[in-house]
Design a protein around this ligand. Structure first.
Ligand code: ADP
Ligand code: AMP
Length: 222
């Protein structure tokens, strides 16, 4: 089998998981400032591709997003790989880019085990997982509030319900299947933004040195 595009001893990938509205994007913005990550949101990349002129996937992505279903992984993984290449080339993924080093927060991906395995095999072996957890009630109220200004066509009660039914069990399975517990951190994202941020910052500060260790030779998934 061909090796991954990026060498995980140089490129650190932290998957950021959690249900819709759990606060992934909000916390990633802070962690970018704290640690110099490049933040890549699978949902944002898909929305950009949906509106890109000439995209062969525009219609398919639009339907999936509206219905809250999973976009075929080949599309999402290719978008992530392209975005990682561009960020490394342009020096947007932290210090060390001239030696091909970089660090990424990959937000909203993977949503299924097959996505995790394909990404590990073909793009870059992930180093760690940050999991933001809260209740559906909290997420619903945040998303309805966000919907007042986000302009997103899936921040409405009907789409949110569908998104809960596809994203939550799948995210949960991903978490369950991750055996390297030292590199899987669950953070309760119910409290205020600042509280969650303080916890996330502390956790990532401890995590990053572990990601650099040479013994990180095995995938995080079974
Ligand atoms: P996700 O990326 O997981 O879908 P967002 O980061 O976009 O979620 O957050 C969803 C909404 O909730 C946003 O409007 C955001 O401002 C708000 N939000 C995020 N974290 C918190 C928090 N800890 N407390 C209250 N509101 C929050
Ligand atoms: P999000 O911005 O994370 O709320 O995602 C919005 C929508 O994009 C989801 O409801 C899915 O339709 C799609 N999507 C986001 N991430 C993925 C992914 N990893 N795999 C497939 N589809 C995704």
């Amino acid at each position: 089998m061909a090796s991954p595009v990026f060498d995980h001893s140089k490129v650190t990938v932290v998957f950021v998981l959690g249900g819709p509205g759990a606060g992934k994007g909000t916390q990633c913005a802070y962690l970018v400032d704290d640690f110099g990550f490049c933040h890549l949101s699978a949902g944002d990349l898909l929305r950009a591709e949906q509106h890109r002129e000439g995209s062969e996937f525009g219609q398919l992505i639009q339907t999936c997003i509206k219905e809250g279903t999973i976009v075929p992984m080949e599309v999402t993984i290719k978008l992530l790989e392209n975005a990682m290449s561009a960020a490394l080339k342009e020096g947007r993924a932290g210090d060390g880019w001239k030696e091909g080093r970089g660090r990424f927060l990959v937000d909203g991906f993977p949503r299924k085990m097959d996505q995790a395995l394909k990404f590990d095999d073909e793009v870059c072996m992930a180093s760690a997982v940050l999991f933001f957890s809260t209740t559906e009630e909290v997420m619903l109220s945040r998303l309805l509030e966000r919907g007042k200004t986000s302009g997103r066509e899936d921040d409405n009660a009907e789409s949110i319900k569908k998104r809960f039914s596809t994203s939550l069990p799948l995210n949960f399975r991903v978490k369950t299947y991750t055996p390297q517990l030292g590199r899987v951190i669950e953070i309760d994202s119910s409290p205020a933004v600042e509280t969650v941020h303080a916890r996330a910052k502390e956790a990532v500060g401890k995590l990053l040195p572990l990601c650099k260790q040479a013994d990180h030779q095995t995938r995080s998934w079974i």
